[in-house]
Design a protein around this ligand. Structure first.
Ligand code: TLP
Length: 351
């Protein structure tokens, strides 16, 4: 039998399930620029309802949804607050500046989490030298923060500051279903203090394409227009939306399994000499670990795992790797991964 590849480079790597493929083949479709695609309309209605918001707009990707939201919430020259390592600030091609003309004030969040006090301290009294602040940007879960979840309490604190200063709040909720699962709350709970949320169908939820922006009807009207401006008006994209509906109904309820697998993996890694991790810090499906480079060479480690069919996130210039759990990595796979890691590092096998 060919070796199974266990791909944990990201949770974006999942392949559509049988039921997604069936739903895609059977989807009723229409022209979505005319708002006539019944499957997209169903997905948008379902998303709005799940998040307790008036409306939702299907977009091509998290990056496109974030760009539409940035454009909808801000004017050229304004300022948004975010964590220093937020995806929007590092991995979206500088779209905030290139498209929206916005500057970012990057706050030193704690493991990617910013709170009301941090934003309050960063807001300066009016002064003609300064860019006008208009937006607070929350990433939930925080990717580079280690998959950490921002709680409802922290969101409430941010809302108070936002209201005091006339700011809006956008949540990059690429993995907000993981956050909700980990915190034991609903996505509506996490969205209640936000003006908009972007969430991805194509991360842990396992769909091949798509993100939604949810918010009130007026905001979503603007988001649709920005989406069109960015070339993102869909035609018969109900074929993708159909897979998204399956993702929300079949994959979202089982995300806790990915979190359990992530914890198990982290505990196993903690016992391997040369690999550095605090398993207690693993909250959701992302596992980051470091290396004692006297013992393990990160690049060689990744290459040798790949030879054994285990793909992990690039230990790019440094000594931190990311592994992502998703529904196509099973509990048995986690044991296989740990065996491969032990073998590469040269841990003697006890019999
Ligand atoms: N993240 C991807 C890569 O771009 C790094 C990954 O593998 O984690 N917000 C957050 C928090 C994200 O992690 C991502 C994707 C996005 C937005 C963008 O989503 P897409 O890839 O759909 O544009």
């Amino acid at each position: 039998m060919p070796q199974k590849i266990i791909d944990m480079r990201s949770d974006t790597v999942t392949l559509p399930t049988e039921s997604m493929r069936r739903a895609m083949a059977e989807a009723e479709v229409g022209d979505d620029v005319h708002q006539e695609d019944p499957t997209i309309n169903r997905l948008q209605d379902m998303s709005a309802e799940m998040f307790g918001k008036e409306a939702a707009v299907l977009v091509a990707s998290g990056t496109q949804g974030n760009a539409c939201a940035m454009l909808a919430h801000t004017h050229h020259g304004e300022l948004a607050f975010c964590d220093a390592n937020a995806h929007v600030s590092r991995y979206e091609g500088g779209g905030y500046a290139a498209l929206a003309g916005v500057s970012l004030e990057k706050l030193n969040g704690i493991r990617g989490i910013i709170d009301g006090d941090m934003v309050e301290q960063a807001i300066m009294p009016y002064n003609e030298h300064l860019a006008d602040p208009s937006l607070i940007w929350v990433e939930n879960t925080s990717n580079q923060g280690g998959g950490t979840a921002t709680s409802v309490e922290v969101m409430r604190g941010l809302r108070e500051v936002a209201d005091r200063h006339g700011l809006n709040i956008h949540v990059d909720g690429a993995r907000i279903f993981n956050a909700a699962t980990s915190l034991g709350v609903s996505v509506a709970d996490l969205a209640q203090h936000a003006d908009s949320v972007q969430f991805c169908l194509s991360k842990g939820l396992g769909a091949p394409v798509g993100s939604l922006v949810v918010g009130d009807s007026d905001l979503c009207t603007v988001v649709r227009k920005k989406r069109k401006m960015l070339g993102g008006g869909w035609r018969q994209a109900g074929v993708f939306a159909a897979a998204g509906i399956v993702a929300l109904t079949e994959i979202a309820p089982r995300l806790h399994e990915d979190h359990e697998n992530a914890r198990r993996l982290a505990e196993g890694i903690a016992d391997i000499p040369g690999l550095l991790i605090n398993p207690e810090a693993v909250e959701t499906n992302l596992v980051f670990f470091g290396y004692d480079t006297e013992v393990v060479d990160p690049a060689r480690f990744a290459d040798e795992l790949a030879d054994r069919g285990v793909l992990i996130g690039g230990a790019s210039k440094a000594t931190i790797s990311r592994v992502c759990l998703h529904h196509q990595v099973t509990a048995d796979d986690v044991e296989t991964v740990l065996d491969a890691m032990r073998e590469v590092v040269g841990v003697p096998v006890l019999v």
